[in-house]
Design a protein around this ligand. Sequence first.
Ligand code: NAD
Length: 250
Amino acid sequence: MRLTEKVVLITGAAGGQGRREALLCAEEGAIVIATDVNVQALETLETELRDVSDKDHMTMIHDISKEIDWQRIVTEVKERFGRIDVLINNAGIIGNVESYHHTTIDEFHRVMDTNVWGTYLGMRTVILVMKEQQAGSIINVSSIASMIGLGLSPYGASKGAVRSMTKSAAGDFAKYNVRVNVVLPGFIETNMIKDQLENEQRHDWYVEKTPLKRIGRIDDVAPAVVFLASDESQFMTGAELVVDGGVTAI
Ligand SMILES: NC(=O)c1ccc[n+]([C@@H]2O[C@H](COP(=O)([O-])OP(=O)(O)OC[C@H]3O[C@@H](n4cnc5c(N)ncnc54)[C@H](O)[C@@H]3O)[C@@H](O)[C@H]2O)c1
């Protein structure tokens, strides 16, 4: 197994991609600490994790935009397991899909607070533990909306910041033997873009834009995250793994 006994902390784990990633990490032998703000979906995930393995998996309520939440989570995980080997900064929101001039300042802040501030706080808090253990892998989740304009105003800007922070953190944390990489999914079938996929015209536009001619699946992204979490990627840091069926290739 590729993540045997690794302690993996994953945010947004009750959502589409996060849930699949949490379960795949457990299948690969990890102890999974799955966090989210969606209490009900976390309860379901807890049962699913226990069905995968009898490890000491945990689910925790956690708003990534709150520093106090990060401190509580990291302290508790450190006390219980003594280490955090992998952080998957997966939680995110898309916000209202409006053009820039129709996006309110409050909405812009809301998206930045979750996607940028949440990712920053995660790295900032967990690095203290990883520095002490002189090892770790952080995986941030950006989007191809950071590479091309998809009409997703604050979202694209927030994911651009996640890409950029990944590069800086990779440089900063290398001296502690901590790697920081970023995954950039394309159009993936989850609740995040459910409304858009239900619109036939938008759905067909997404497929048309994708050279591999289909919408991405949660099973397309999770293996990329597990690869970056595992020692197989031990010489990779600051890298960007695009999982988009070719959207940004042409
Ligand atoms: N679905 C796509 O097409 C797509 C494409 C590129 C990138 N992404 C990114 O992938 C990641 C996972 O998204 P998904 O597609 O699984 O969407 P999703 O909506 O299914 O899951 C997102 C999860 O994040 C949680 N969340 C939201 N705000 C939070 C907060 N403040 N604190 C903690 N948890 C919070 C939600 O409760 C949800 O469970 C996100 O970062 C998203 O931006 C998604």
